[in-house]
Design a protein around this ligand. Sequence first.
Ligand code: HEM
Ligand code: HEM
Length: 180
Amino acid sequence: MTPTRYSSVQKFLHWTIALLIFGLVPVAITMTNIGEGELQNRLFELHKSTGLTVLALALARILVRAARGAPALVAGLPAWQRKAARASHYALYGLIVLVPVLGWAGTSACCAPVKWFGLFSLTLPISGGMPVGEAILKVHMAVASLLVLLVFIHIGAALHHHVIRRDATLRRMLPGRSEV
Ligand code: HEM
Ligand code: HEM
Protein backbone atom coordinates (compact mmCIF):
# COMPACT_ATOMS: atom_id res chain seq x y z
CA MET A 1 0.00 0.00 0.00
CA THR A 2 1.25 3.52 -0.77
CA PRO A 3 2.21 5.31 2.47
CA THR A 4 0.64 8.72 3.18
CA ARG A 5 3.90 10.22 4.50
CA TYR A 6 7.67 9.78 4.58
CA SER A 7 8.86 7.81 7.62
CA SER A 8 11.23 9.51 10.06
CA VAL A 9 13.99 7.19 8.84
CA GLN A 10 13.41 8.37 5.26
CA LYS A 11 13.50 12.02 6.36
CA PHE A 12 16.60 11.45 8.48
CA LEU A 13 18.41 9.77 5.58
CA HIS A 14 17.28 12.45 3.09
CA TRP A 15 18.61 15.36 5.15
CA THR A 16 21.75 13.61 6.42
CA ILE A 17 22.80 12.66 2.88
CA ALA A 18 21.99 16.20 1.67
CA LEU A 19 24.13 17.75 4.44
CA LEU A 20 27.04 15.40 3.78
CA ILE A 21 26.94 16.18 0.04
CA PHE A 22 26.78 19.93 0.75
CA GLY A 23 29.92 19.41 2.86
CA LEU A 24 31.93 17.16 0.61
CA VAL A 25 31.56 19.08 -2.67
CA PRO A 26 33.31 22.26 -1.34
CA VAL A 27 35.91 19.98 0.29
CA ALA A 28 36.46 18.34 -3.13
CA ILE A 29 36.86 21.68 -4.90
CA THR A 30 39.27 22.93 -2.20
CA MET A 31 41.37 19.75 -2.11
CA THR A 32 41.90 19.74 -5.88
CA ASN A 33 42.96 23.41 -5.93
CA ILE A 34 44.87 23.96 -2.71
CA GLY A 35 48.22 22.46 -3.77
CA GLU A 36 50.19 19.62 -2.24
CA GLY A 37 50.68 19.39 1.50
CA GLU A 38 49.36 18.04 4.78
CA LEU A 39 46.08 19.97 4.51
CA GLN A 40 45.44 18.60 1.03
CA ASN A 41 46.02 15.03 2.26
CA ARG A 42 43.60 15.56 5.15
CA LEU A 43 40.93 17.00 2.86
CA PHE A 44 41.33 14.05 0.47
CA GLU A 45 40.86 11.60 3.35
CA LEU A 46 37.86 13.56 4.65
CA HIS A 47 36.29 13.66 1.17
CA LYS A 48 36.81 9.94 0.59
CA SER A 49 35.54 8.85 4.02
CA THR A 50 32.51 11.15 3.89
CA GLY A 51 31.78 9.96 0.33
CA LEU A 52 31.87 6.32 1.46
CA THR A 53 29.49 7.24 4.29
CA VAL A 54 27.11 8.75 1.72
CA LEU A 55 27.29 5.51 -0.27
CA ALA A 56 26.36 3.38 2.77
CA LEU A 57 23.49 5.71 3.72
CA ALA A 58 22.29 5.87 0.09
CA LEU A 59 22.12 2.06 -0.10
CA ALA A 60 20.21 1.96 3.21
CA ARG A 61 17.90 4.66 1.90
CA ILE A 62 17.16 2.78 -1.32
CA LEU A 63 16.35 -0.38 0.67
CA VAL A 64 13.93 1.57 2.89
CA ARG A 65 12.37 3.18 -0.20
CA ALA A 66 11.96 -0.21 -1.92
CA ALA A 67 10.45 -1.78 1.19
CA ARG A 68 8.17 1.07 2.21
CA GLY A 69 7.54 3.18 -0.90
CA ALA A 70 6.89 6.92 -0.82
CA PRO A 71 3.77 9.08 -0.65
CA ALA A 72 2.12 9.92 -3.97
CA LEU A 73 3.08 13.28 -5.45
CA VAL A 74 0.77 16.10 -4.42
CA ALA A 75 -2.42 16.31 -6.43
CA GLY A 76 -3.01 18.72 -9.31
CA LEU A 77 0.44 18.65 -10.94
CA PRO A 78 0.62 18.77 -14.75
CA ALA A 79 1.71 15.48 -16.35
CA TRP A 80 5.15 16.82 -17.33
CA GLN A 81 5.91 17.82 -13.74
CA ARG A 82 4.86 14.40 -12.46
CA LYS A 83 7.15 12.77 -15.00
CA ALA A 84 10.00 15.18 -14.23
CA ALA A 85 9.62 14.62 -10.47
CA ARG A 86 9.69 10.84 -10.79
CA ALA A 87 12.58 10.83 -13.27
CA SER A 88 14.66 13.26 -11.21
CA HIS A 89 14.07 11.32 -7.98
CA TYR A 90 15.22 8.09 -9.64
CA ALA A 91 18.20 9.92 -11.13
CA LEU A 92 19.14 11.34 -7.70
CA TYR A 93 18.94 7.88 -6.15
CA GLY A 94 21.13 6.52 -8.96
CA LEU A 95 23.69 9.31 -8.70
CA ILE A 96 24.15 9.15 -4.92
CA VAL A 97 25.28 5.56 -5.49
CA LEU A 98 27.16 5.97 -8.79
CA VAL A 99 29.21 9.05 -7.81
CA PRO A 100 30.80 7.54 -4.65
CA VAL A 101 31.27 4.13 -6.34
CA LEU A 102 33.26 5.83 -9.13
CA GLY A 103 35.32 7.80 -6.59
CA TRP A 104 35.96 4.62 -4.63
CA ALA A 105 36.92 2.62 -7.74
CA GLY A 106 39.18 5.37 -9.10
CA THR A 107 40.97 5.90 -5.80
CA SER A 108 41.39 2.15 -5.28
CA ALA A 109 43.09 1.88 -8.68
CA CYS A 110 45.39 4.89 -8.43
CA CYS A 111 45.99 5.63 -4.81
CA ALA A 112 45.35 2.66 -2.51
CA PRO A 113 44.75 2.10 0.34
CA VAL A 114 41.26 3.60 0.72
CA LYS A 115 40.53 3.87 4.44
CA TRP A 116 37.32 4.87 6.18
CA PHE A 117 38.33 7.63 8.64
CA GLY A 118 41.65 5.81 9.05
CA LEU A 119 39.89 2.93 10.77
CA PHE A 120 39.76 0.11 8.25
CA SER A 121 40.84 -0.50 4.70
CA LEU A 122 38.14 -0.62 2.03
CA THR A 123 40.32 -0.81 -1.07
CA LEU A 124 38.60 -2.39 -4.08
CA PRO A 125 40.65 -4.89 -6.11
CA ILE A 126 41.04 -2.76 -9.26
CA SER A 127 44.27 -3.04 -11.21
CA GLY A 128 45.68 -0.67 -13.83
CA GLY A 129 47.29 1.88 -11.52
CA MET A 130 47.39 5.60 -12.22
CA PRO A 131 46.06 5.67 -15.84
CA VAL A 132 42.98 3.61 -14.96
CA GLY A 133 42.44 5.49 -11.68
CA GLU A 134 42.69 8.89 -13.36
CA ALA A 135 40.28 7.88 -16.12
CA ILE A 136 37.70 6.66 -13.59
CA LEU A 137 38.15 9.81 -11.46
CA LYS A 138 37.50 12.00 -14.53
CA VAL A 139 34.15 10.25 -14.92
CA HIS A 140 33.62 10.63 -11.14
CA MET A 141 34.04 14.40 -11.42
CA ALA A 142 31.79 14.66 -14.49
CA VAL A 143 29.01 12.61 -12.92
CA ALA A 144 29.40 14.52 -9.62
CA SER A 145 28.86 17.77 -11.56
CA LEU A 146 25.67 16.29 -13.00
CA LEU A 147 24.56 15.41 -9.45
CA VAL A 148 25.21 18.98 -8.29
CA LEU A 149 23.23 20.38 -11.24
CA LEU A 150 20.32 18.07 -10.54
CA VAL A 151 20.37 18.97 -6.82
CA PHE A 152 20.06 22.67 -7.76
CA ILE A 153 17.06 21.90 -9.99
CA HIS A 154 15.62 19.72 -7.17
CA ILE A 155 15.97 22.58 -4.67
CA GLY A 156 14.36 24.94 -7.19
CA ALA A 157 11.43 22.53 -7.56
CA ALA A 158 11.06 22.19 -3.76
CA LEU A 159 11.00 25.98 -3.38
CA HIS A 160 8.55 26.32 -6.27
CA HIS A 161 6.19 23.93 -4.45
CA HIS A 162 6.58 25.75 -1.16
CA VAL A 163 6.57 29.39 -2.21
CA ILE A 164 4.58 29.50 -5.47
CA ARG A 165 2.22 26.53 -5.32
CA ARG A 166 2.08 26.62 -1.50
CA ASP A 167 1.49 22.87 -1.29
CA ALA A 168 2.67 20.26 1.25
CA THR A 169 5.63 18.89 -0.74
CA LEU A 170 8.41 20.50 1.31
CA ARG A 171 6.56 20.36 4.64
CA ARG A 172 6.09 16.61 4.43
CA MET A 173 9.83 16.08 4.01
CA LEU A 174 10.65 18.21 7.08
CA PRO A 175 11.52 16.48 10.37
CA GLY A 176 8.89 16.16 13.04
CA ARG A 177 5.86 16.73 10.85
CA SER A 178 3.96 13.51 10.45
CA GLU A 179 0.98 14.69 8.39
CA VAL A 180 0.99 15.55 4.70
C1 HEM B 1 28.39 11.48 -3.03
C2 HEM B 1 29.69 11.34 -2.93
C3 HEM B 1 30.72 12.18 -3.65
C4 HEM B 1 30.60 13.40 -4.29
C5 HEM B 1 29.34 14.26 -4.45
C6 HEM B 1 31.91 13.72 -4.81
C7 HEM B 1 32.20 14.89 -5.51
C8 HEM B 1 33.43 15.18 -6.05
C9 HEM B 1 33.70 16.34 -6.87
C10 HEM B 1 32.69 17.44 -7.23
C11 HEM B 1 35.00 16.28 -7.23
C12 HEM B 1 35.75 17.26 -8.15
C13 HEM B 1 36.42 18.39 -7.46
C14 HEM B 1 37.09 19.32 -8.47
O1 HEM B 1 37.45 18.90 -9.55
O2 HEM B 1 37.25 20.51 -8.16
C15 HEM B 1 35.57 15.10 -6.63
C16 HEM B 1 36.90 14.71 -6.75
C17 HEM B 1 37.41 13.57 -6.18
N1 HEM B 1 36.73 12.60 -5.46
FE1 HEM B 1 34.78 12.65 -4.99
N2 HEM B 1 32.78 12.72 -4.47
C18 HEM B 1 32.10 11.75 -3.78
C19 HEM B 1 32.61 10.57 -3.27
C20 HEM B 1 33.94 10.17 -3.37
C21 HEM B 1 34.49 8.93 -2.85
C22 HEM B 1 33.68 7.87 -2.08
C23 HEM B 1 35.81 8.91 -3.15
C24 HEM B 1 36.86 7.87 -2.83
C25 HEM B 1 36.75 6.93 -1.92
C26 HEM B 1 36.11 10.13 -3.88
C27 HEM B 1 37.35 10.49 -4.36
C28 HEM B 1 37.63 11.63 -5.07
C29 HEM B 1 38.96 11.99 -5.55
C30 HEM B 1 40.24 11.17 -5.32
C31 HEM B 1 38.82 13.19 -6.25
C32 HEM B 1 39.94 14.00 -6.91
C33 HEM B 1 40.11 13.62 -8.32
C34 HEM B 1 41.33 14.30 -8.94
O3 HEM B 1 42.09 14.95 -8.24
O4 HEM B 1 41.50 14.15 -10.13
N3 HEM B 1 34.94 10.87 -4.01
N4 HEM B 1 34.58 14.43 -5.94
C1 HEM C 1 22.23 16.39 -2.08
C2 HEM C 1 21.07 16.80 -1.82
C3 HEM C 1 19.75 16.06 -2.07
C4 HEM C 1 19.49 14.82 -2.61
C5 HEM C 1 20.48 13.80 -3.15
C6 HEM C 1 18.04 14.66 -2.59
C7 HEM C 1 17.37 13.53 -3.04
C8 HEM C 1 16.01 13.33 -2.98
C9 HEM C 1 15.30 12.16 -3.46
C10 HEM C 1 15.95 10.94 -4.12
C11 HEM C 1 13.98 12.34 -3.19
C12 HEM C 1 12.84 11.36 -3.50
C13 HEM C 1 12.34 10.70 -2.26
C14 HEM C 1 11.45 9.51 -2.56
O1 HEM C 1 10.53 9.62 -3.36
O2 HEM C 1 11.68 8.44 -1.97
C15 HEM C 1 13.84 13.63 -2.56
C16 HEM C 1 12.66 14.17 -2.12
C17 HEM C 1 12.54 15.46 -1.70
N1 HEM C 1 13.55 16.39 -1.53
FE1 HEM C 1 15.50 16.10 -1.77
N2 HEM C 1 17.48 15.78 -2.03
C18 HEM C 1 18.49 16.66 -1.70
C19 HEM C 1 18.37 17.91 -1.14
C20 HEM C 1 17.18 18.55 -0.92
C21 HEM C 1 17.02 19.91 -0.44
C22 HEM C 1 18.17 20.86 -0.09
C23 HEM C 1 15.68 20.16 -0.38
C24 HEM C 1 14.95 21.41 0.03
C25 HEM C 1 15.30 22.61 -0.25
C26 HEM C 1 15.00 18.94 -0.80
C27 HEM C 1 13.64 18.76 -0.83
C28 HEM C 1 12.99 17.58 -1.10
C29 HEM C 1 11.55 17.40 -0.98
C30 HEM C 1 10.55 18.46 -0.56
C31 HEM C 1 11.27 16.08 -1.36
C32 HEM C 1 9.89 15.40 -1.38
C33 HEM C 1 9.29 15.39 -2.76
C34 HEM C 1 7.93 14.77 -2.74
O3 HEM C 1 7.48 14.31 -1.72
O4 HEM C 1 7.28 14.76 -3.80
N3 HEM C 1 15.93 17.99 -1.11
N4 HEM C 1 15.09 14.22 -2.44
